[in-house]
Design a protein around this ligand. Structure first.
Ligand code: CTP
Ligand code: CA
Length: 224
C-alpha cells in the first residue's frame, strides 16, 4: 500500500462515485429501500482521492462520514441520484456506480401518512421503474469510463457478465450479496472484455484500493 499512496496513479482525473441505498417514499413517514451500508462506495471514493483524483460522491442515506477531501452530495431517491449524476457527469473521466439504486419508485405515493385502519389490512403499492443511471451514463457520447457493480445471490458469473454486456461497460465488479452485505469484507470478481478475474477476500478499504489500482492500470493504459 505504501507504493500505492506514493504513486498517485489517478492524479489529474475527475471521478464520480455513487454509493449507498436510495429511499423511495410511500408516504411522509415510510419508504422502501435496498440493503446497503455505503461502506464499499465510500472506501472507493477515499481510495480514489488517495490516488490523486478529484472525487465527487453522490450518496444515498448512510451513517458514514464523507471521506477527507471528497465532495459529497446527499440524495434520497433514485430519481434524485439520477438528476445529480446527469448534471455532474460532463467533464468526469471515470464513473464508478456503487450505489444500490432502487429499481422502482412508488407511483401511488400518499401526501399524508397512510392510516392502518383505512388500509383494510393491507396496502397496494404501484411501482414504476427508476432510470438506470449507469446504463444512461455508459450510453453518453464521450462519457466517462464506467465501472459497475453487481451483487447477486446466485449464478454470479453468468449474471455479472450478462450485466456488463447489457450496460455496455468495460468493467463490472461482481460479488455475492450474502458475502458482502452487512459485512466489512468483500470478495470481488472483476469482469472485463478479457474474462473474469477473481480477487481474494479483503477488508473493504483494501478491496477499494485494489480496485482503484485495477481501474488506474486500465485507464492509464488507454491514454498512454
Ligand atoms: N444501477 C444504476 N441505476 C439503477 C439500477 C442500477 O445506476 N436504476 C447500477 C448500480 O449502481 C450497479 C449496476 O447498475 O453499478 C448494476 O446494478 P444491479 O441492481 O445489479 O443491476 P440491474 O440492472 O438493476 O439488475 P437486477 O437488479 O435486476 O439484477
Ligand atoms: Ca437493480
Amino acid at each position: 500500500t505504501q507504493a500505492f499512496f506514493q504513486d498517485k496513479s489517478l492524479a489529474g482525473r475527475q471521478i464520480l462515485v455513487t454509493a449507498g441505498p436510495t429511499q423511495e417514499d410511500i408516504d411522509p413517514v415510510r419508504y422502501i429501500s435496498n440493503r446497503s451500508s455505503g461502506k464499499m462506495g465510500y472506501a472507493i471514493a477515499r481510495a480514489a482521492w488517495e490516488a490523486g483524483a478529484r472525487v465527487t460522491l453522490v450518496s444515498g442515506p448512510t451513517a458514514l462520514e464523507a471521506p477527507y477531501g471528497v465532495e459529497r452530495i446527499n440524495v434520497k431517491s433514485g430519481r434524485q441520484m439520477h438528476a445529480h449524476v446527469m448534471q455532474l457527469v460532463p467533464g468526469q473521466d471515470i464513473f464508478i456506480s456503487v450505489a444500490a439504486v432502487a429499481d422502482w419508485h412508488v407511483s401511488n405515493t400518499h401526501p399524508q401518512k397512510v392510516k392502518k385502519t383505512g388500509a383494510q389490512g393491507g396496502l397496494d403499492l404501484a411501482l414504476s421503474e427508476n432510470p438506470d443511471i449507469l446504463a444512461e451514463v455508459a450510453a453518453l457520447p464521450n462519457g466517462p469510463w464506467c465501472v459497475g457493480f453487481a451483487a447477486e445471490t446466485e449464478n454470479l458469473h453468468d449474471y455479472a457478465e450478462a450485466k456488463r454486456k447489457r450496460k455496455n461497460i468495460p468493467l463490472l465488479v461482481g460479488n455475492l450479496a450474502q458475502e458482502t452485505m452487512e459485512s466489512d469484507q468483500s470478495r470481488m470478481v472483476l469482469f472485463d472484455e478479457q474474462g473474469n478475474h477473481p480477487l481474494p477476500l479483503l477488508d473493504k478499504p483494501a478491496a477499494a484500493r485494489r480496485l482503484i489500482v485495477e481501474i488506474a492500470n486500465r485507464i492509464n493504459h488507454l491514454t498512454s
